[in-house]
Design a binder for this molecule. Sequence first.
Ligand code: SAH
Length: 243
Amino acid sequence: MSGHLTIAGLGPGPDAQVTPEVTAALAAASDIVGYGPYVARVAPSGAARHASDNRVELERARLALDLAAAGGRVVVVSSGDPGVFAMAAAVFEAVADHPARNTIAIDVLPGITAMLAAAARIGAPLGHDFCAINLSDNLKPWPLIERRLQLAAEADFAMGLYNPRSRARPAQFARALDILRAACGPARPIVFARAVGSADEAIAITDLGAATPEMADMRTVVLVGSSTTQRVGRWLYTPRSAG
Ligand code: SAH
């Protein structure tokens, strides 16, 4: 093996939610590669830092493979879990046609993904079957997103909605809320969990009837309950049994 590539999840924000194996991999790294704000979360060390823009995932993955092929101990960082709408899949896509793919040892280290960190803050809204949907249409057509929202609502999944709303596509999240309201009714619980684990954390529990698009931005993960999700005091939970 010529080099080592680790794809690591940094969790939602707090240091206490970074796993010990990720901390150890970062301490041993020669190079840290990732989107700028995520690289900035890594404590200073002797490692070289390769921070890049958010939209260049494949380029960043190729750079990481090149550095590993040259003998480095490279760590690619993502927020949350690297396998959830993040770098791990991009790295494997780049591995498929990298000349040194058979000489690089690759490890994927999991992290706490945003929907699970948010769920823990408010109880157990994902206590029964659930799904995760990325609402960004950067990498897939919007009609496919609408179809998945519709079918997930019909299947009565609780949902975690990532990348709900950006300035570039303000109307789409309003449309997503319309679809959910029509399929689930106005009383269905919905949670807007913003910047979970950071000093700016803000969590609002409401229902689809009162939800407005402005309640979400790109630092928000949105949780939608199933038909059995209920409130108990300040908590929200979905019972483990259904039907
Ligand atoms: N790999 C990440 C997700 C990357 S996609 C993970 O597993 O969490 C980026 C989206 O994740 C954001 O638009 C937002 O919806 C969500 N997100 C990431 N960190 C968050 C946090 N601390 N609080 C709330 N949502 C977060």
